[in-house]
Design a protein around this ligand. Structure first.
Ligand code: PHE
Length: 357
């Protein structure tokens, strides 16, 4: 049988329970490390099934005369729980705010985000820009013209006879019976001479087309033409410009030599060699390398003094004016510059190739 608790014992029991709650309170809340843990702890005391709530439920059994005193104690403990909770919550908030303020804004030790692959200048563009910059530095302007050209500007006015092999269907891409994809940038000489009065000095970079296709020839490639027309221009001017150009492109002391050659629109005509940039044995003391075919020299361009007939045909009096012209293949210059073994690499568009330069 159950004995009704004696009222004095009951109030004493409640008293002890309240006292125990009060004593443990600070430590319980202090050990809650997060706001959630703190709220959980608070619920264990004040929630529906909370420990203090359980004590309150016993109040009904307390005799009326003791109830008031016990009630005050319960309220005091309840207020203490609320105050301790609020203080600890504020402390947690302060600590979180402080951590936010003192923490680095982001983790500097994280590995960097890989940048999206950027475009990269193609070796043809790099070399073109360099050559153009060198000639601009020597006072040349830039002259542009079309890639689909009339045969007159590409061949006839440059002194190519109608039966010249270059004019053949086998060698050039014809678009109509008298228009073709220009086979060289020398069409720009013609266009500039027709359009302007001398003196003039221009450089003309651009794409050119030939029916050619092997390891060192591509059906489309790029050339840079340079030409200068003034009074009394001689081979010495041409050679001076070439020497300066070779030094600026390939470094000081780069040897240059002219070999007689033939182009219909120049007289005299020459091919220009520079000392092999790979073996540097143009002095002939050692046998050179395979890239210069053991000669110590490498051909880089064609040039000459503009033929008087060409000047005249383009409306310039050859008695008063003379000039020189030179033309080089940009791919060839780039291949020599970077040791690129096959011209095809430059047209495949592989980003791994381009990224090397
Ligand atoms: N046009 C010539 C070629 O394509 C190069 C050249 C230009 C030669 C100017 C002499 C003068 O081969």
């Amino acid at each position: 049988m159950s004995e009704k608790p004696n009222p004095t014992e009951l109030s004493e029991g409640i008293d002890r329970a309240l006292e125990a709650l009060r004593e443990g309170l600070d430590a319980r809340f202090a050990s809650a490390a997060t706001e959630q843990a703190l709220r959980d702890e608070n619920a264990k005391l004040l929630g529906k099934k909370g420990e203090l709530t359980a004590v309150l439920k016993q109040m009904g059994a307390v005799p009326a005369d003791a109830r008031r005193a016990i009630g005050e104690k319960v309220n005091a403990v309840k207020q203490q729980v609320e105050a301790t909770f609020a203080a600890r919550l504020a402390e947690l908030h302060r600590a979180a705010r402080q951590a936010e303020l003192t923490a680095p804004p982001f983790d500097l030790t994280l590995p960097g985000r890989a940048p999206a692959p950027l475009g990269h200048a193609h070796p043809i563009s790099i070399v073109r820009d360099e050559v153009v910059a060198i000639f601009r530095g020597l006072g040349f302007g830039v002259f542009d013209g079309p890639e689909v050209e009339h045969e007159e500007n590409n061949f006839t006015l440059l002194g190519f006879p109608p039966d010249h092999p270059a004019t053949d269907m086998q060698d050039s891409f014809w678009t109509t019976s008298n228009h073709l994809l220009r086979t060289h940038t020398s069409n720009i000489q013609v266009r500039a001479m027709k359009a302007l009065e001398p003196p003039m000095a221009f450089i003309a970079p651009g794409a050119v087309y030939r029916r050619d296709d092997d390891a060192t020839h591509s059906p489309v490639f790029h050339q840079i033409e340079a030409f200068l027309i003034d009074r009394g221009v001689s081979l010495a001017h041409l050679k001076g410009v070439l020497a300066e150009f070779a030094e600026r492109l390939y470094g000081p002391g780069t040897p240059v030599r002219l070999r007689p050659s033939y182009f219909p629109f120049v007289e005299p005509g020459a091919e220009v060699d520079i000392g092999c940039v790979f073996c540097k044995q143009a002095d002939g003391t050692r046998p050179g390398c395979s890239l210069c075919k053991h000669t110590g020299w490498i051909e880089i361009l064609g040039c000459g003094l503009i033929h008087p007939v060409v000047l005249e045909g383009c409306g310039i009096d050859p008695e008063q004016w003379s000039g020189f012209a030179l033309g080089m293949g940009i791919e060839r210059i780039a291949m020599l510059r970077y040791g690129i073994p096959n011209i095809k690499l430059m047209f495949e568009g592989d980003p791994r190739f381009v990224a090397q330069f």
